[in-house]
Design a protein around this ligand. Structure first.
Ligand code: NAG
Ligand code: NAG
Ligand code: NAG
Length: 302
């Protein structure tokens, strides 16, 4: 072999290899689907593009694309979101006007407008291009629909008399991701309070041994990355009216003392008159002639 023929051989094999690779890919490469994202987040109300690219080496006149979703709220009931078949598009009746292909037939991307919480779920893009494939090309992505917290509801329960136990509770209906619940006392100065979570969406604060200083404005905050909402409780701790109680006690004691004093005077007087009478009787006995004197009468009344 000459060097020249060797070079020829080499280039021939190179070209042959290249053709073989191309033919191999044409006959064996099944249609392939690529999801450019595996998970997406959208804020409720916004539009979202769900990307799904495919590669096919056959004509696309029989292209068939099906998007389904298994909603997070009911994964066991997947629905067909939108279908492309032989050039025709069909949407799920519940999504008409909100969903559409954006690049068909070159891509299987769809747009979902005016997103709702119920749109959250696992989306599957299935592409079929007969007669090229026997297997479907399938791609999957998870869509989360984020929502700001709804207005929380604040409530209080318990005994608002001094020394009592009061529970402040706060619950929020909506919010994805799950809102964080915080309680603060706002006046006279802002102090954060320890919160007991009652499930994911409500939190309470227990105030034991309340006092007049416990009175004030309390605020619950429900927040997630999309926003914060507040509700308030204006707590006023009732102080049993001790000053008037003391006054009543004093008055009662005073009245009872007066009655006792009167009784004492009465007893003293009765006793005295009795003694005077006896003394007078005795005097009468001793000095029968001594008359009844006014001075004695006076003394007994003193
Ligand atoms: C989605 O909204 C965009 C912008 O408003 C609009 O151009 C598009 O037609 C809408 N798509 C569907 C399917 O409603
Ligand atoms: C309740 O508060 C009073 C006055 O602030 C205090 O003397 C008492 O020890 C407290 N009792 C408890 C159980 O904390
Ligand atoms: C809370 O209640 C007190 C007394 O009832 C009142 O003076 C105060 O203005 C209230 N504060 C708010 C923010 O409602």
């Amino acid at each position: 072999m000459t060097v020249k023929t060797g070079t020829l051989h080499k280039s021939f094999w190179m070209v042959a290899l290249w053709y073989t690779l191309v033919l191999f890919s044409l006959f064996t490469d099944a249609l392939s689907v690529t999801m450019r994202e595996s998970s997406l987040q959208v804020i409720r109300g916004d539009a979202v593009n769900l990307p799904c690219s495919f590669f096919t080496s056959s004509p696309i006149n029989k292209l068939n694309v099906i998007w389904t979703v298994a909603p997070f709220s009911s994964p066991e009931n997947p629905i067909q979101v939108i279908v492309y078949d032989h050039g025709q598009v069909m949407e799920d009746p519940s999504l008409i006007g909100r969903v559409g292909f954006t690049g068909i037939p070159w891509s299987a991307d769809i747009v979902l407008n005016d997103t709702r919480e119920s749109d959250a779920g696992v989306y599957r893009c299935m592409v079929n291009n007969p007669p090229e494939t026997t297997d479907l090309g399938i791609g999957e992505l998870a869509l989360s629909v984020l929502t700001p917290p709804s207005l929380p509801v604040c409530q209080w329960d318990g005994d608002v008399a001094e020394g009592g136990i009061v529970t402040l509770s706060c619950s929020v209906e909506e919010g994805i991701p799950t809102p964080e619940i915080l309680w603060d006392k706002l006046n006279p100065e802002e102090i954060p309070l320890p919160v007991n979570m009652d499930g994911d969406m409500s939190g309470s604060v227990q105030i034991v041994n309340s006092s007049s200083q416990t009175s004030g404005l309390y605020r619950c905050s429900a927040s997630n990355p999309l926003g914060t909402e507040h509700c308030y409780v204006n707590l006023s701790i009732y102080t049993p009216n001790t000053s008037s109680g003391i006054l009543q006690g004093v008055l009662l004691t005073l009245a009872m003392s007066l009655v006792l004093l009167a009784l004492l005077l009465l007893i003293t007087w009765l006793h005295r008159t009795g003694q005077d009478g006896r003394w007078r009787d005795r005097k009468k006995d001793e000095y029968n002639e001594i008359p009844y004197t006014p001075s004695l009468m006076k003394r007994s009344f003193v």
